[in-house]
Ligand binder design. Structure first.
Ligand code: ADP
Ligand code: MG
Ligand code: MG
Length: 193
């Protein structure tokens, strides 16, 4: 269940993971994209971290909404609007429930609608979907997150820049899946499960 405290902790840990792994995320985006995913996410999460410190929101919907707005406006590239939409749908849903599985499920539905993508297309959806399925059954583990990220290597991309490569996209982990992996491992580190 989300609280103000664990949501802020989650976003702070996610920001740290993104900054630490910025070069790795851009390296994953080099063979199957344009090499900017780490840079894009780092810029967005720096903006999120600054605005949360500045505005000091005192409820979960406000935290999620500020996060969404900054990801949508500050991240160039496909991933910003997609992550931003996920957080915006989570913000809306958080007026109704603070349970993590239905919140993430609302976020995923927003990503699918915005990106016209579904599971199996080698995108961050291929991490969100199994993570949510696991949370609906019981506790999520970091191993399950890592397994989902690595499983994207075997997929052929049919959405986003990687789809331009067709069969040649096979064998590479999807960068957005990798950043979503950090989103969910830091969620666990923040005690949200
Ligand atoms: P860009 O491709 O514009 O440079 P990024 O490199 O920041 O954007 O993000 C690329 C990631 O965005 C991909 O690895 C993939 O996970 C995700 N992505 C791209 N297009 C879609 C889509 N239509 N639906 C879901 N995720 C997508
Ligand atoms: Mg890119
Ligand atoms: Mg780009």
């Amino acid at each position: 269940m989300l609280t103000v405290e664990n949501t802020l902790k989650w976003l702070a840990l996610f920001n740290q993971a993104i900054q630490t792994n910025q070069a790795q995320l851009s390296a994953l985006d080099t063979p199957i994209g344009d090499g900017d995913h780490g840079h894009n996410m780092a810029r967005g999460m720096t903006a999120v971290t600054e605005v949360l410190a500045d505005k000091a929101p005192t409820d979960v919907p406000a935290i999620l909404k500020l996060t969404a707005m900054n990801l949508i406006t500050k991240v160039g590239g496909a991933a910003g609007p997609l992550y931003g939409t996920a957080f915006l749908e989570m913000a809306k849903k958080s007026a109704e429930t603070l349970e993590i599985a239905p919140l993430l499920s609302a976020g995923l539905a927003g990503v699918e609608k915005r990106g016209h993508a579904t599971v199996g297309e080698k995108t961050l959806i291929d991490v969100w979907q199994p993570v949510i399925a696991q949370l609906e059954q019981g506790p999520l583990t970091a191993e399950a997150v890592t397994t989902a990220v690595e499983a994207t290597a075997a997929l052929r991309a049919t959405k986003g820049r990687a789809s331009y490569l067709g069969e040649r996209s096979i064998g590479h982990v999807d960068p957005g899946a990798a950043s979503s992996g950090y989103l969910f491992t830091t969620m666990l580190e923040a005690g949200i499960n």
